[in-house]
Design a protein. Structure first.
Length: 149
C-alpha cells in the first residue's frame, strides 16, 4: 500500500514497525528457549488474562490465539512439558481447569524482555501525563480496530 506522501499514515507505519520488531524479539525468545512463537503468544495471553483477573482457561486461550481445540491442546501440552504452564483445578469450580504460568517462565520472560520494557518505560518518562493519555487512547483504539471490539 502506497501512502503517496500522506503523513496521516506515518503513525500506522510506525506502529507496524514496532509490531514487527516485537514479533522478531518474540521469535528470538522462543528460539532461545526451545519454544514455538505461538507458545510465546500463549504465555502473553495467559499473563494478560491474569493481570485482567480473567480465568485463564483453554477456551479463552484458544479464542485469543485463534486456534481450534486440538491446536490449543498442543500448545498447552508443549508449555506444560517445558515447565512453563501448569493445569490447576479452579478453586471455585473443581470441574474447571485453569492454566497458570509458572514462575520459571515469568523469570525467563523478565530476563529477556525486562531490558526492553525498561527502555520503553524510559521513553515514556519523557512524556507528561496528558501525552501519555493520548498514547494510551491511540493504542487502545488501535487494538480495538484489530480485535473488532
Amino acid at each position: 500500500m502506497s501512502d503517496n506522501g500522506n503523513r496521516d499514515l506515518e503513525p500506522v507505519h510506525l506502529l507496524r514497525a514496532v509490531a514487527v520488531e516485537f514479533g522478531l524479539r518474540q521469535a528470538e525468545f522462543a528460539a532461545r528457549n526451545g519454544m514455538h512463537p505461538t507458545d510465546v503468544r500463549a504465555l502473553i495471553c495467559l499473563l494478560d488474562a491474569e493481570r485482567a483477573g480473567e480465568p485463564a482457561t483453554a477456551g479463552l486461550l484458544g479464542a485469543r490465539l485463534g486456534l481450534n481445540s486440538a491446536g490449543t491442546t498442543s500448545v498447552i501440552d508443549r508449555l506444560e512439558r517445558l515447565g512453563h504452564v501448569a493445569r490447576v483445578r479452579d478453586g471455585r469450580d473443581r470441574r474447571r481447569v485453569l492454566l497458570r504460568v509458572e514462575p520459571e517462565a515469568v523469570r525467563l520472560g523478565r530476563e529477556f524482555f525486562g531490558p526492553l520494557i525498561d527502555g520503553l518505560l524510559g521513553v515514556l518518562d519523557a512524556f507528561d501525563e496528558t501525552e501519555r493519555e493520548v498514547i494510551r487512547r491511540f493504542l487502545t483504539a488501535s487494538q480495538a480496530v484489530f480485535t473488532g471490539a
